[in-house]
Design a protein around this ligand. Structure first.
Ligand code: ARG
Length: 463
């Protein structure tokens, strides 16, 4: 007798059980218990198919399907005892099923393998996360639309290089993020379409000699079709990688927005006030209100990028078909998905609760010579100057204003005419920020009328 007992699932070939270290490196139950619901769903579909094809008796299949529901209820109630010796969720569930229903439990694994089983479970889990990400993005887009609509014609500085560039509208800035998150949503939904093929029935790698019906299990689990190549079906983790890739780009967008909120909520900008519900105080400085949620979103997305790189690295050297390396897919994806859902929810809450400071936005919109381009355009339009010359004249006027410590609209007509004698008083009209934004009526431009048209389009498209 050896000290450790051999494994009940494959003990026939083994004289001794695993070393404790082997068990520690091998077991995945500590994390793949999160797949319990999907595992049982997949097994119930498989059992029903085995009965429909005459591979199992109806009574055995029925006992299995009922027994699996008992196991699921134990897991959901928290009374299930997970065993590391049983390695993973698949064997934990099967072993408990045996205790609950006896002999028929041993027939469940006919015509399948843990390789197609885990690929199926994980796909189902990732598919749910894709749906959750899409729902989270839509909620965030709706919150942005509310902000955009309230301030469709509020002026603020638009930046390039984080230097004042041209006045834009608050609504336009909010709608830029709607476009970004809409692309994220479409990336997730593209990935969903591609991932929705069922690996179940690929068995270990080569398919099976049992007359299984893969269409039936695919349909029962909500897949569009069975995966067409059994080798590919068990060794493919593209679905997880595509989820992580889409999540990474989405996370990058969230982080950029978080960065803006950190800047905007500072005392130097005062563009937005974040709600108390999404801020924290300082234990020493009583005046402080910190944008922690935004900072944490900005920081946490590193976990998502990390997961993407980690799983790409796991996969890149694997020959076909299944290798145990692939067990390392789950923790990364679980953590990335948790992080993404939390970041989306936190961002949605912040956007919903925040108030834009219209006065501060407007004051900043006019500073920094933000209408210099409007001035140059006027010289082109009204005086017929070539744009390059207009640019030069405007540059001289900016230098003059800067030297005098004033903004462009504060220069006198005489001062302007000393730089170019053709300038007339109506130039002052284009130096106002409201006229500036209203004039940018090109499609997709910042004019309030354009912004309102985009808001209306999105309100119609969003569920
Ligand atoms: N726990 C394993 C995983 O997550 C299940 C598949 C194991 N298959 C095998 N042949 N060892 O990948």
């Amino acid at each position: 007798m050896t000290e450790t007992t051999t494994n009940a699932m494959w003990g026939g070939r083994f004289a001794a059980g695993p070393d404790a270290i082997m068990e520690a490196i091998n077991a995945s139950i500590g994390f793949d218990k999160r797949l319990a619901k999907q595992d049982i769903e997949g097994s119930r579909a498989h059992a029903a198919m085995l009965a429909a094809t005459g591979i199992l008796s109806d009574s055995d299949a029925e006992a299995i399907r009922e027994g699996l529901l008992t196991v699921l209820s134990e897991i959901e109630a928290g009374t299930f005892r997970f065993s590391t010796a049983l390695e993973d969720i698949h064997m934990n569930v099967e072993a408990r099923l045996k205790e609950v229903i006896g002999e028929p439990a041993g027939r469940l694994h006919t015509g399948r393998s843990r390789n197609d089983q885990v690929a199926t479970d994980f796909r189902l889990w990732v598919r749910d996360q894709v749906d959750a990400a899409i729902a989270g993005l839509e909620a965030l887009m709706r919150a942005l639309l509310v902000q955009a609509e309230a301030g469709a014609d509020w002026v603020m500085p638009g930046f390039t290089h984080l230097q004042t560039a041209q006045p834009v509208t608050w609504g336009h800035h909010m709608m830029a993020y709607v476009e970004m998150f809409a692309r994220d949503r479409s990336r997730f939904s593209d990935a969903r379409t591609r991932m929705n093929e069922c690996p179940l029935g690929a068995a270990a790698l080569a398919g099976t000699s049992f007359p299984i019906d893969r269409e039936m299990t695919a349909r029962a689990l909500g897949f569009d079709r069975p995966a067409a190549n059994s080798l590919d079906a068990v060794s493919d983790r593209d679905f997880a990688l595509e989820f992580l890739a889409a999540a990474s780009i989405c996370a990058m967008h969230l982080s950029r927005f978080a960065e803006e909120l950190v800047i905007w909520s500072s005392a130097q900008f005062r563009f937005v006030r974040l709600s108390d519900r999404f801020s924290t105080g300082s234990s020493i400085m009583p005046q402080k209100k910190n944008p922690d949620a935004a900072e944490l979103i900005r920081a946490k997305i590193g976990r998502i990028f990390g997961a993407n790189v980690a799983l790409m690295t796991v996969m890149k050297g694997l020959p076909l078909a299944y290798s145990k390396d692939m067990q390392e897919d789950k923790e990364q994806v679980f953590d990335a998905a948790d992080t993404l859902m939390l970041a989306l929810a936190a961002m949605e809450g912040m956007v919903r609760d925040m108030s834009a400071n219209r006065e501060a936005l407007e004051a900043a919109a006019g500073s920094g010579f933000s209408t210099a381009t409007d001035l140059a355009d006027w010289l082109v339009r009204v005086l017929g100057l070539p744009f390059r010359e207009a640019h030069h004249v405007t540059g001289s006027l900016v230098a003059m204003a800067e030297a005098g410590g004033v903004d462009l609209p504060d220069l006198t007509l005489e001062q302007m005419r000393s730089v170019h004698p053709g300038i007339t008083a109506d130039i002052f009209e284009v130096l106002g920020v409201h006229n500036s934004v209203a004039s940018r009526m090109s499609y997709g431009g910042t004019a309030p009328a354009q912004v309102r048209a985009q808001i209306a389009r999105w309100k119609e498209q969003l569920p």
